[in-house]
Design a protein around this ligand. Structure first.
Ligand code: TYM
Length: 333
């Protein structure tokens, strides 16, 4: 069975973008693939995280993933820092990846902002750790949102250079991104040119999976749009980034296409359309929220499931990374 790996940072509450672009697509893969999913706390600390909040957010993220449909019995679900193989392989990859390759990463440029000198060195080598996450399991399929594509290309460059430099042809496999659906890139509610992000300073820019009905209705009502009514087909969304985003969200939630949404709602003004959208979001998210609350009421059971997940993950990754260390020439202990 083909092995799938994906991860999510516990750097805040998961957003509708995380859900539609990634998490939702992880669920069916549990039944067709050998699926491994990880809450990547090592990645989260590449930018400052309050230690108390980080621990709470890590547990909340795990609860959110289970509430969205990941079943710790049908997939392996664990916390990245619980499996040391990730950090061990990441160090080797720090020594394989070239500075020139990392210099091309657009996410570093976005996240580091203007004061690049003040960014952590962890943020710079972030993609090397991501490559290690996937390759420590020799996973070949990685379901992600559109923004992760460049990092996955780099992971393939790293795998290829490792295999070549150490004459270990085929040791690390090629990986393939799986970027799915109309919502592979959900945009900010305040600016249709920016992606929706859990770390955006404006809470109004995103729907959090934990937002209640009032918050969702208010955020959707305030979402930026243009004054024109909705067109009858997607051709009419050209140059209307905000309208395209809202139509895409309703299509993804309703399991239809943007054209399907416009066949039903074309000609409507945004006032009426936003009410439909907010209602659909509330109906879709409230059972997830109820399940998340139930899971967080019993943190001991949740932590036990994560411990078991870490044991199962380590059983796969440890031998692979130990073999990589042998290939590099480390003396076995
Ligand atoms: P993170 O935590 O930023 O996001 C988790 C997943 O959500 C997707 N995503 C989106 N999709 C659509 N629209 C959006 N607005 C949106 N925002 C986020 C992301 O593409 C991602 O799939 N580097 C990764 C975490 C990671 C990882 C890995 C992923 C670490 N190691 C190994 C795959 C394999 C990240 O920052 O995710």
């Amino acid at each position: 069975m083909q092995r799938v790996f994906s991860g999510i940072q516990p750097s805040g509450i998961p957003t509708l973008g995380n859900y539609l672009g990634a998490i939702r697509n992880w669920v069916p893969l549990q039944d067709t693939h050998d699926a491994i999913y990880c809450v990547v706390d090592l990645h989260a600390i590449t930018v400052w995280q309050d230690p108390k909040e980080l621990a709470a957010q890590t547990r909340e993220m795990a609860a959110a993933l289970i509430a969205c449909g990941l079943d710790p019995k049908r997939c392996i679900l664990f916390i990245q820092s619980h499996v040391h193989a990730h950090a061990r392989l990441a160090w080797i990859f720090n020594c394989v990846a070239r500075l020139g390759w990392l210099n091309r990463m657009t996410q570093f440029k976005d996240k580091a902002g203007k004061d690049r000198e003040a960014a952590s060195s962890g943020l710079y080598v972030y993609p090397n750790l991501m490559a290690a996450d996937i390759l420590a399991y020799k996973a070949t399929l990685v379901p992600v949102g559109d923004d992760q594509k460049q990092h996955l290309e780099l992971a393939n460059d790293i795998a290829e250079k490792f295999n070549h430099d150490f004459s270990a042809e085929g040791f690390f496999p090629r990986i393939e991104p799986l970027i799915q659906g109309v919502a592979a890139r959900v945009m900010s509610l305040r600016d249709g040119t920016k992606k929706m992000s859990k770390s955006d300073p404006s809470d109004q820019s995103r729907i959090n999976l934990t937002d209640d009905a009032d918050a969702i209705a208010l955020k959707i009502r305030r979402a930026r749009t243009d004054p024109e009514p909705l067109p009858d087909s997607v051709a009419g969304l050209e140059g209307r980034a905000e309208a395209r985003n809202l139509v895409g969200i309703l299509a993804a939630i309703g399991g239809t296409t943007p054209d399907g949404v416009l066949r039903e709602h074309g000609g409507k003004g945004f006032g009426a359309f936003k009410e439909v959208l907010a209602e659909a979001l509330v109906a879709h998210l409230s059972p997830i929220q109820a399940e998340m609350r139930r899971l967080l009421d019993d943190p001991a059971s949740l932590d036990a499931a994560l411990r078991l997940g870490a044991d199962r993950a380590a059983a796969i990754a440890d031998p692979i990374v130990t073999e990589a260390e042998r290939i590099v020439g480390f003396l076995p202990r």
